[in-house]
Structure formats: structure tokens, C-alpha cells
Write a protein that binds this ligand. Structure first.
Ligand code: 26Q
Length: 804
């Protein structure tokens, strides 16, 4: 975008506002200002959007399509301004008009079109693909309702609908002319045409119109604007008569109505399967339509297109691409199969068995008869081909169809050329344990791509104080090449700088403390240690271990009111899946403990607990810059990667962690002096499982502090919890503590003691914080995405960039 002066911007802005609303701009609300500014900003990128897409087509640039059921972009206004290089001009222009960009920005809805890590990763990737100059686009669902809004009522989680589109969406462009038809149900017969060729004849299908809404993905200072295409389900024009009953019309509307709120537990719902096929089919159809305009041979499809699937949710792209190539484009099975495998690649995000997608055959066959035929044929050929090579036993362990179910991970591995895990440990577990049979068959398909985050949103936008400190000390190159952050290391003994880092953190803590005071009425001391755990609520992530630590600390203060420890504020943000009963009980427990501790005058503010309502991207932007301690305390081997660990580190928080996911890689970079590691390692956990030697009741009986803390759950010490306390107690003592909290308790407490001590030595703490920032560069999603591009997608940046 060519440079715009502040004067020019102000003129254009006032004109835009008054044309939109027919009253003076200084009478507008922040939402109105957001809309006016958004509409103006559109004008600034529209040309580049068009020219980017035109150029890809003209040059026949190979393009990647990232298929994801979830995207969590966060508010886009400031990010778009930053990437367009007009943030300072707009900020100053608005100021001169008496407006505040941060307030205007609050007028934008935060699109919660995802659950957590997987969805946010997709959005960091979209930013990095555009910013590294890669030709790549997103493909997903335009849910009318995002992830539920969380309220606490009497300490319990209550879910409310998130109607994020209520006031429209300035960034999206509805493209009716690019709509496609997606077919569901009916029957399909193989018939012969006049020339005697077999073809599938469909009867009684329900045809749904998929209408795309495109959202620009603007690259950082490089003129590139890629596309995020989100599909919405509608009744096809002129076919309203085929959807006569309310029920039939509802069925269409429901497909893209609401995001499924589970992030770790697979549920075989028909509607979910409809959603998955809907956006997979629509995406593949629109890619095929594009490819046909190139007028190239079908065998060149994998040279022009890469399709990446974010977990197995879009795995039906495998049979869908086969279907189109065979049924519509009349390729042979073998031709179609080679093309499909070469085009598609897959990322696995979990090893939890309960999260693996498996669809009942009946359901698939009924909803998508032709697709099911194709899957069955893929499997038949797979088994037939592999038995002579690997024997029956191994081959049958890799079957796609078993026990009346279709295993989507197996389909995704067999139907693609690449499968990757999201951190070194995770990939190793896939290779050596979970997917070992597939590894023996296809060793070359397996690879690791450790996750990353975009420092543009997670440092530049959310932490302007740290950003200007960095600019002053190491220059601005880190913004386009985050590994330059390592230059900070040279300044680790500069105490003036360390004080400044501390001052930046203090400002961020004050900003968050103000939010907490205004929204929750809780006073917190910005000089306290801000100890943060922000992530979905799940037993394996062990928020409960954090609570046990708090209760232990609480008991010690009660016992010894003169104890010399620094103040702590424990900050939680977490949503539980609505059907996840145990997770909801933990939420109630945290809120009950917060009530108890926050109102106990004996505690004298040595502990405060803040459980923010409705944690999401926008709150993360406020909390992360204010964090001193980052809680990454999953049971080793369970957290595939984690990404809040990276965001917190980049903002100078010290990590309190088990050796799990990408946190191991953080440890490798910062070194053991600059991180708090505790607890069982993956191998320890494995041994306990193999020997079946874990006995949590013995620990409970033999450890006085554990006994004291656990008893508090059931003896009335915590008012307001009734059966929750007993159920949670039982999970730890009676049902043998599936996630080894009691085993890790002592070492966790010890690590926190060390952190208390270190925090009192301000210079030491600040040095550790600085070294965390300095070592966070390698976790930029720009590097991650360049590795995907180079090693999996085989595409190259289209513009010069500083990363070589
Ligand atoms: C599947 C079927 C039916 C309904 C819901 C789902 C479903 C939806 C979302 C299953 C899983 C998810 C999300 C998983 C997820 O967010 N995983 C996280 O991915 C991050 C990015 O790779 C990792 O950092 C985290 O470790 C991992 O937990």
C-alpha cells in the first residue's frame, strides 16, 4: 500500500464515516467507528488482494490450501493495519480526531470460530503464509455462531450463544458466483453409458449450496493478500420447493450454524459429519474449478496445488478428490490415486485415543454413499497390496475399516504423502508408539513440524512496551526475522535494560489489574507474581494440580501468618466442553477456592485468584504480556505441543513445566537455569503403565501435605462445593489418579518455592525473563511455515524476505 499521510487519512476517514451514518463522526459509537475504519481499510488492500490472486493464476504459481474445521483469527483491525504498514498513521490520525484506536478496535467482534490450540495455530499459519510471501489460502466454515460465550453463575460454567455476525463483518466478501453444490444422501448405482463405460448414477440426493465468504489474509509489509475462504450452507436458488418442510430447511441451515465445542473428545454426531464433508467437498470443488482454468494435464495437479488437512476433520478430501477425478473427470483409479496422494498432506494434533475420529459405517454409507464406496475400495486395495509386503497381522492393524467403523487417521495417512506431528516428542510418540505400524510401512511419510506463533500479533500488537524496548536495544530486524531476538543475549548484564524490562512488565500488569478491577471487582497488586494458566480445561492439562498447589500454599499461610513469601496472583482462563462433566467440576472448584481465598483476611493478599470469564484470543492478548509465570503442567506425553507456552515465553514469562510437547524444545533453547522443570518424564509414565505400579492411595496415605490438601476437598473447608469435592477427591484417591497429579505434587511445590526465591532477587528474575524473550525467536510460525513449504508443500516465497 502506498504511503498515506495523516492529513489524507483524517480527511478520508471523516468522509467515510459521515457517508455511512449521515451524522458527525464525533457522535459515533466505537462499533460505528470500527465499521467506518474497516470499510476504509478495505479500500487500502482491495487492489493488492486482486493482484495477488491474479498473479498466482497468471504465473500458475503452486498454491497450498490449508483445510481446517477451525480458525481463531482474533480481532483483525490492528493486525491488518500493522501488516499494511499504516498502524502509526491511523493511530495518530484517529488521535488527532479525538478517537482512540484501542477503543475503536473493541467495536470489532472476536470471531471464535475455533476451540483452542488447533484453531489458533491455523490462524497463526495464515498470517505467516502471507507474511513470508507464500501462495497459500485457508478453507473452512463460516459458522454463524462461534464457540459459546462462557459465563460463571454461582461458580458454574454456563454457555451462551456467540452471535459474532450480529453486526455484520466488514472484512468478508460474499462470492455468490463462486458457489458450488454439495450432495448428500440418496442412492447411487453404477450404470453404463452409451460407450459402455461405468459411471455412478445418483438418485434422491439432497443438494446443498455452498456459498463462499472470502476474508483477506494480508502479508506483513509485502503487498501480498491471500484468501481465507469460509463456506456457508444455503438452499440452492430456485430449489426452495425441494425443501418444503421446516425440518428440511432447518437441516440446511444447521450445517454451518454452530461450531462443535469439543476439543479433545470425539463424538460421532451426524451433523458434525455433514459439516466435515460440506467444507471439504466445497473446497476441493473450488480448487478443481480453478485448476481446470489452467488447462493443464491432470497429472500436473500436484505441481500446481497442495492440500493440507489440519487433523483428520477434513480427511474426506481424500475420497472427495478421488470421486471428482474418477467420476467427473474420468481418470482411471490408479491415475486418480497417484494424484490424490501427491496432493494431500496431513497434520496430527493428538495422541489421546478418545480424540481420534472414527465414523460408523452405517452413518457414512447413508449420508455419503459414493464416498463410502470409494473409502471401501481404497481400503480393499490397500490391504491387497500390503499383505504380500508386510504380512497379514501388520497390514490388518492399518486397516481403514474395522469393527463397523471408518478410522479417519488411517484414511488420512494412506491417502497422503506426508504426516507430521507438532513437536519433537509428539512426532516421536507417533512414530514409536501410536502409529508405529504405519511408520514401518511408510517411514518416509513421517516428519516433525514443531508449532509456532506469530510475533506480529503476540508481541508487536499485544505488547507495544516490549516492542519499543526491543527496537531500542537490538534494532527492528527482529520484526521480519525473529531469530534476531537472540541479539538481546549480549545485553543480559545491562542492569538499566533489565530495569526497563521490569518496568514494561509492570505496566502490562497494571493494565490487566485494571481490567480485573473493572470487570470482576477484584483488587490485585501489580507487584505480585502473576502466575498464569490459560488453555482449555482438560484433566490431562492438570489445572487441578495448580489448584492443589494453591490450597497447599493457603494452608501454610493459615498455619504461619508471618511466612515470608512474595505475593501471588493465580490467573486462570479456561473453557470446558459443555458435555465434559469432570472439567466443569474443576471450574466450579477453582471458583470456590477463589471465593474462599480472596475473601480470607488472614491471607493478607498473599494469594489472589482470578478466573477470567470467557477466555479467548482477545483476553489472551491482555493476559500474556502481564504474565510472570507460564504454567505448562500437562502429564508428560499428553500435550502434543502447546502454543501458549511459546506466546508467554516471548513476552518474558518464565515457564513452570513438565517435559512435554514443545515445552521440551523451549527448555533446550533457554537452558535449565532459565526454566522450572518438575515431574515425571514420558518414559517414567510409560514404565508406570507397563508395570501397573502406580498407587495413588499410597501416596495420599504417606504424604502429610497431600493428605491435608485433599482432605480440604471433602471436609467442608471449601464452602460451596458439594459433590464436586467428593468426585474430584475420588478421581485422585479412589480411581488411582489417571494423570499422576499426586506423583508430581512434591516436585511441583518445590519448583514453585524456587520461583518465589528467585522472584525476590529482581535482577536475577529479570535476567531470566530477558533470556526467555531472547530465545523465543525460533518459535516464530514464520519458520514453521517455511519448513512446511519447503519440505511438504514444495512451494517457495513469491517475494523477497529477510528470512533466508
Ligand atoms: C473432533 C471430532 C468431533 C468433535 C470435535 C473434534 C475435535 C475438535 C477440535 C477434536 C480436537 C480438536 C482440537 C484439538 C487441539 O486443539 N489440539 C491442540 O492442537 C495444538 C496445535 O497443534 C497443540 O498445540 C495442542 O497440544 C493440542 O492439544
Amino acid at each position: 500500500m502506498e504511503n498515506i499521510s495523516i492529513q489524507q487519512f483524517k480527511k478520508e476517514y471523516v468522509k467515510k464515516f459521515e457517508q455511512l451514518y449521515a451524522y458527525r463522526y464525533d457522535e459515533g459509537s466505537s462499533r460505528e467507528h470500527f465499521v467506518a475504519l474497516g470499510e476504509l481499510v478495505r479500500n487500502y488492500y482491495m487492489n493488492n488482494w486482486k493482484s495477488t490472486i491474479d498473479e498466482y493464476k497468471e504465473k500458475e504459481t503452486k498454491q497450498v490450501f490449508y483445510f481446517s474445521m477451525e480458525f481463531l483469527p482474533g480481532r483483525m483491525l490492528k493486525s491488518n493495519l500493522l501488516n499494511l504498514d499504516i498502524l502509526p498513521v491511523v493511530e495518530e490520525g484517529l488521535r488527532e480526531l479525538g478517537l482512540d484506536l484501542d477503543e475503536v478496535s473493541m467495536g470489532e467482534a472476536d470471531p471464535a470460530l475455533g476451540n483452542g490450540g488447533l484453531g489458533r495455530l491455523a490462524s497463526c499459519f495464515m498470517d505467516s503464509i502471507a507474511s513470508t510471501g507464500l501462495a497459500g489460502h485457508g478453507n473452512g466454515i463460516r459458522y454463524q455462531y462461534g464457540l459459546f460465550k462462557q459465563k460463571f453463575i454461582d461458580g458454574y460454567q454456563v454457555e451462551l450463544p456467540e452471535n459474532w455476525l450480529r453486526n455484520g463483518n466488514v472484512w468478508e466478501v460474499r462470492k455468490e458466483n463462486k458457489a458450488v453444490i454439495v450432495r448428500f444422501g440418496g442412492q447411487v448405482y453404477m450404470d453404463t453409458d452409451e460407450e459402455g463405460n461405468l459411471y455412478p448414477r445418483y438418485e434422491n440426493t439432497k443438494n446443498i449450496l455452498a456459498v463462499p465468504y472470502d476474508v483477506p489474509q494480508i502479508g506483513y509489509h509485502n503487498g501480498i493478500v491471500n484468501n481465507l475462504r469460509l463456506w456457508s450452507a444455503e438452499i440452492p436458488y430456485g430449489e426452495e420447493y425441494l425443501f418444503r418442510t421446516e425440518e428440511e430447511r432447518d437441516e440446511v441451515k444447521q450445517i454451518t450454524e454452530v461450531l462443535y465445542p469439543d476439543d479433545s473428545n470425539y463424538e460421532g454426531r451426524l451433523l458434525r459429519l455433514r459439516q466435515e464433508y460440506f467444507f471439504s467437498s466445497a473446497g476441493v470443488q473450488s480448487i478443481i474449478r480453478y485448476f481446470k482454468t489452467l488447462d493443464e494435464d491432470w497429472s500436473l495437479l500436484p505441481d500446481k496445488i497442495a492440500i493440507h488437512i489440519n487433523d483428520t476433520h477434513p480427511a474426506l478430501v481424500v475420497p472427495e478428490l478421488m470421486r471428482i477425478l474418477i467420476d467427473e473427470e474420468e481418470l482411471t483409479w490408479d491415475q486418480a490415486w497417484e494424484i490424490t496422494k501427491k496432493t494431500i498432506s496431513y497434520t496430527n494434533h493428538t495422541i489421546l485415543q478418545e480424540a481420534m475420529e472414527r465414523w460408523p459405517i452405517d452413518m457414512l454409507e447413508h449420508l455419503l454413499p459414493r464416498i463410502y464406496h470409494i473409502i471401501a475400495e481404497i481400503n480393499r486395495r490397500h490391504i491387497e497390496k500390503k499383505i504380500p509386503l508386510y504380512g497379514e497381522e501388520l497390514t490388518y492393524r492399518t486397516t481403514i475399516i474395522e469393527d463397523g467403523q471408518v478410522k479417519m487417521a488411517n484414511l488420512a495417512i494412506i491417502g497422503s504423502h506426508s504426516i507430521n506431528g507438532v513437536a519433537k516428542l509428539h512426532t516421536n510418540i507417533l512414530i514409536n508408539e501410536t502409529l508405529h505400524d504405519f511408520y514401518l510401512m511408510y517411514p518416509n511419510k513421517f516428519n516433525n513440524k514443531t508449532n509456532g506463533i506469530t510475533q506480529r500479533r503476540w508481541v508487536q500488537l499485544s505488547n507495544p512496551g516490549l516492542t519499543s524496548l526491543l527496537d531500542d536495544v537490538i534494532g527492528t530486524d527482529w520484526k521480519s526475522n525473529p531469530e534476531e531476538l537472540i541479539l538481546l543475549k549480549a545485553h543480559v548484564d545491562n542492569s538499566e535494560l533489565l530495569n526497563r524490562l521490569e518496568a514494561v512488565k509492570l505496566e502490562n500488569k497494571k493494565r490487566f489489574a485494571k481490567y480485573v478491577k473493572d470487570e470482576m471487582g477484584i483488587e490485585i497488586d501489580p507487584n505480585a507474581i502473576f502466575d498464569v494458566q490459560i488453555k482449555r480445561l482438560h484433566a490431562y492439562k492438570r489445572q487441578l494440580l495448580n489448584v492443589l498447589h494453591i490450597l497447599d500454599r493457603y494452608s501454610q499461610i493459615k498455619e504461619n501468618p508471618d511466612i515470608d513469601i512474595p505475593k501471588r496472583v493465580f490467573i486462570f482462563g479456561a473453557k470446558a466442553a459443555p458435555s465434559y462433566h469432570y472439567a466443569k467440576q474443576i471450574i466450579k472448584l477453582i471458583n470456590a477456592v477463589a471465593d474462599l481465598v480472596n475473601n480470607d483476611t488472614d491471607i493478607k493478599d498473599l494469594i489472589k485468584i482470578v478466573f477470567v470469564e470467557n477466555y479467548g484470543v482477545s483476553l489472551a492478548e491482555l493476559i500474556i504480556p502481564a504474565a510472570d509465570i507460564s504454567e505448562q503442567i500437562s502429564l508428560a506425553g499428553k500435550e502434543a505441543s502447546g502454543t501458549s507456552n511459546m506466546k508467554l515465553m516471548a513476552n518474558g514469562a518464565l515457564t513452570m513445566a513438565t517435559m512435554d510437547g514443545a515445552t521440551i524444545e523451549i527448555y533446550d533453547y533457554v537452558g535449565k537455569e532459565n526454566i522450572y522443570i518438575f515431574g515425571l518424564k514420558n518414559n517414567d509414565v510409560k514404565k508406570y503403565h507397563q508395570n501397573q505400579s502406580y498407587n495413588s492411595r499410597n501416596i495420599y496415605e504417606g504424604n502429610a501435605s497431600i493428605k491435608r490438601v485433599l482432605n480440604m476437598l471433602v471436609d467442608g473447608s471449601i464452602p460451596g462445593i458439594y459433590h464436586e469435592g467428593q468426585d474430584i477427591f475420588n478421581s485422585l484417591v479412589k480411581f488411582n489418579d489417571e494423570y499422576f497429579l499426586l506423583k508430581d505434587f512434591d516436585s511441583y511445590i518445590q519448583a514453585h518455592k524456587q520461583a518465589d526465591k528467585d522472584y525476590q532477587d529482581r535482577e536475577k528474575w529479570n535476567r531470566m525473563a530477558l533470556l526467555n524473550v531472547a530465545n523465543s525467536g525460533p518459535f516464530s510460525s514464520d519458520y514453521t511455515i517455511l519448513r512446511y513449504a519447503d519440505e511438504i508443500w514444495k512451494i517457495e516465497p513469491q517475494v523477497e524476505n529477510l528470512i533466508s
